[in-house]
Design a protein around this ligand. Structure first.
Ligand code: NAX
Length: 341
């Protein structure tokens, strides 16, 4: 099933010299994150105000009616940069010639599921989607995986797309980074924009480690402003359990902040991180002793459309122990899905 709609720009974009239109795919497009994400992509927040896009939106058959409604609303928003919208339940249509793909759709964790159930329920989705990316996406495609467990889902998609270089598959830990930045900003009494070079190691799970050692607040080291007792205690715990706290408070999982983080991730990858370190999970090439292939969050810089892992930072005992803990969890997840790789 497929819904197509072509839009004609109705607002003036004369002040920008337009680039060639790109195709951007979003899976789970009728879900909560999709609802926040699509409007940010359409408005130019991700790829730039001079970058027209064709949105290629994937849902499962039961989500197609909701997707139809989302497409109606996108059309009603009259975005000048949206040069076409395709809604489909076929990944080969959604990913065709896509330059950027947001893998958001997956089954959310319910109360009765532990992490291994989630891995088992969602793994097969990423086999089919990896194969479809391999078959029809642009050879330069940039893939961000948001659907959980996102590190291992990215690993599965990557393994099933052997013709696409592994560095083009990433998973999102930017929400964890942004949560950490939010905590430091609140405690330092400054806007988030004053905080730089705070990044996440490991897995998007409560074992992940927001590393404060190189981070600055208005140029001052975070480690000079706050002691280890707070940084390795309440700060780390708040960031690690923030997803659960939001579910308790809101009665629903993070959606707008997750979409915003996905925009930040893809924006920096596409347009550069201005020399700053940002968090991206990608298949390890042995950096920091992390086993090859594990999709692990590292400090990265983005330049000219490439992700460069900052591979020479010193580790202390605490950072090393957190890296080891995350490697352990991710190895277990990889073993659990070995037949899908
Ligand atoms: P929703 O349940 O609101 O939406 C998911 C959508 O995906 C639904 O519309 C569903 O029909 C669709 N879908 C399911 N299987 C699909 C498939 N095979 N192909 C295409 N679409 C499919 O969940 P939402 O709140 O949008 O969250 C989406 C995913 O993001 C979940 O897995 C969630 O756990 C994960 N998250 C990841 C975060 C991260 O930092 N990496 C944070 C937020 C969020 O928890």
């Amino acid at each position: 099933m497929s819904i197509e709609s072509t839009k004609i720009a109705v607002n003036s974009t004369d002040s920008y010299e337009m680039k060639k239109t790109i195709r951007v795919a979003v899976t789970g497009a009728a879900g909560n994150i999709g609802y926040a994400l699509l409007w940010r992509i359409a408005s130019g927040d991700c790829f730039g105000k001079n970058q027209p896009v064709i949105l290629q939106l994937l849902e499962i058959p039961v989500g197609m009616q909701r997707l139809d409604g989302v497409i109606m609303e996108l059309n009603d928003s009259a975005f000048p940069l949206v040069h076409g919208i395709v809604g489909t339940d076929d990944p080969h249509i959604a990913f065709k010639e896509a330059e950027a793909i947001f893998l958001v759709g997956s089954r959310p964790r319910t109360k009765d599921m532990d992490r291994s159930d989630l891995v088992a329920a969602n793994g097969p989705i990423f086999v089919g989607q990896g194969k479809a990316i391999d078959a029809v996406a642009s050879r330069n495609v940039k893939v961000i995986t948001v659907g959980n467990p996102c590190n291992t889902n990215a690993l599965i998609a990557c393994a099933n797309a052997p013709s696409i270089p592994t560095r083009q598959f990433t998973a999102m830990t930017r929400l964890d980074q942004n949560r950490a930045v939010g905590q430091i900003a609140e405690h330092a009494g400054v806007p988030a924009s004053k905080i730089q070079d705070l990044f996440i190691w490991g897995n998007h799970a409560n074992t992940m480690y927001p590393d404060p050692r190189f981070a600055t607040v208005d140029g001052k080291l975070v480690t000079e402003l706050f002691d280890d007792e707070w940084l390795q205690g309440p700060f780390l715990d708040t960031v690690a359990t923030r997803g659960k706290a939001i579910i308790v408070a809101r009665g629903a999982s993070s959606a707008a902040s997750a979409a915003s983080a996905a925009i930040d991730h893809m924006h920096d990858w596409w347009q550069g991180s201005n020399g700053l370190m940002v968090s991206m999970a990608l298949p390890s090439e042995g950096w920091y002793g992390v086993p090859e292939g594990l999709v692990f969050s590292f400090p990265c810089r983005c330049e000219d459309g490439n992700v460069i892992v900052v591979d020479d930072l010193p580790l202390d005992a605490f950072a090393q122990s957190k890296i080891d803990e995350n490697v352990g969890v991710l190895l277990e997840e990889r073993n659990a899905v070995s037949e899908l790789l």
